[in-house]
Write a protein that binds this ligand. Sequence first.
Ligand SMILES: Nc1ncnc2c1ncn2[C@@H]1O[C@H](COP(=O)(O)OP(=O)(O)OP(=O)(O)O)[C@@H](O)[C@H]1O
Ligand SMILES: [Mg+2]
Length: 379
Amino acid sequence: MAEFGGAGPSVEVAGAKTATSTGKPLSVVALRKTYGDAVAVDEASMEIAAGEFVTFLGASGSGKTTTLMMIAGFCDPDSGTITVGGRDVTRLAPQKRNLGFVFQQYLLFPHMTVGENVAFPLQLRGVPKDEIRRRVGETLEMAGLSGFAGRRPRELSGGQQQRVALCRALVYRPPVILMDEPLGALDKKLRDQLQVEIKAIQQELGLTVIYVTHDQEEALVLSDRIAVMRNGRIEQFDTPRELFERPRTPFVADFLGAANFLPGRVEQQTGAHTMVRLDRSGGLLKTRRHELATGVPVKIAVQPGRLRVCAPDDGFCTGTVENATYVGSVVRAGVRVDGGDAPLLRLEVPAGRAPVTGERVGISADPDDVNLFPSEQDG
Ligand SMILES: Nc1ncnc2c1ncn2[C@@H]1O[C@H](COP(=O)(O)OP(=O)(O)OP(=O)(O)O)[C@@H](O)[C@H]1O
Ligand SMILES: [Mg+2]
């Protein structure tokens, strides 16, 4: 438990050993869950390191909650293994897994005060009264709730209630805390504020967190690594930066970066670079090297913020600017590319260097910012 800093001794849960520094906090191998013919989660595997903040990100129905519920023990997998701290917990009851939970609905006990709610997990574990008082006080203070111990949940705002729920999960210092859209019921401003607080507490205590959201921005703000889920599968599990800059599938490029896609063919491999001939405009585009055979049909993917505006003769394509819109420090615009059925590229450029609607421009990109996928790769 060395990695869980903070004051006070760690608490042993009856019948369950806490994570040791030798075991990975959490690993999941080939988890699968079906409901009738429908596959909710398919071969999900991941290893999560101590102190990591990991997020499951995906559209509604992609299997985020089901995966989390299997880890928590509220849902039985058809197959696969879950280990916590090196111990196989796949068939253990939830309370024996030594995990903390925070759900979208706060699920506080309405008849208990804030202090009693937070004390509850410790009472359940037979922690001595003095120790409980001290730990509850510390935890409430950390969450900025010191003055609220005597209030009942209904006397608190939504954000305060969610903080109490967080305290209740934190108070017995579980090695891993699971959170399913814990900020989903709150307005944007409060969400932003609590995101910062959750991240600060996680870092201060070195907590290992698995968090579920369908909000890309929230995932990017909070996470060390993000598992992008799609149709029950983990499409890619990587750092936010890797997901942005090195998406492994067109789906990930689109889901996180809202990428522009253009079809073409590999024309030539030149050492560090791959040259692509674009189908419609006929322009030649240089990307970092991708191991694909000459002549293979491909689609390029570039994020709107990574496209550059240049002189018409200098780019890989030319076009006409549409709908240039000032949105703070950047301008968003479309560029109707010349040739063929004229695709529209989405562009986001610094306001100082932005073109105006109707302007004729060239479009270029740094070879390192261009991702390339075989045409038949779906997504
Ligand atoms: N108890 C159940 N019985 C039948 N199908 C289920 C059950 N629970 C989940 N599913 C199905 O499994 C799939 C994954 O659901 P899950 O709740 O994990 O999605 P999610 O990614 O959490 O979505 P959301 O963002 O909407 O919460 C969905 O197609 C869902 O309809
Ligand atoms: Mg869900």
